[in-house]
Design a protein around this ligand. Sequence first.
Ligand code: RP5
Length: 168
Amino acid sequence: MAKREKSVARVGLVCGSRSDFPVMEKAVELLHKLEVPCELHTISAHRAPNLLSRFVGGAEERGIRIFIAGAGGAAHLPGVVAARTILPVIGVPIPTQVMGGLDSLLSIVQMPKGIPVATVAIGGAENAALLAAEILALSDPALRARLVAFRAAQTQAIEADESNADLG
Ligand code: RP5
């Protein structure tokens, strides 16, 4: 099932299972905050390979410019997406119960030469969203301004923390 925005989605998020949603939805929330249209699908590379091919194959024509793919365990989804597109792919290793997500991380990060996946930290969906937004901002000055404001607010929140009051 897809969660589709009204405007044309620029970021295509995909994960291997509904159980990945709690992590992937952090990326969706941040993209919403940055006003980046996106869509989130659940398509397992292993359990629905034909659907994944259709999704990736039609994405660029529908307006997608970047993929964020999250998977856990034998996490081949981001790599399979990358194999089928020359759009940038950002991989999110989903934390797992067995090895805390180290299995996911290594499955995603160890891509063969020639097919890159930009891999973020285990569970690092927010950074995947920010990286996707930064790439889109290369040709979108308004989005760039929103990212600059996001950074400034982040810094200001730390500087304003009461534990730092004596630092002036
Ligand atoms: C992967 O297997 C998914 O990305 C998920 O992280 C993991 C477990 O999936 P479920 O058994 O919860 O469907 O394909």
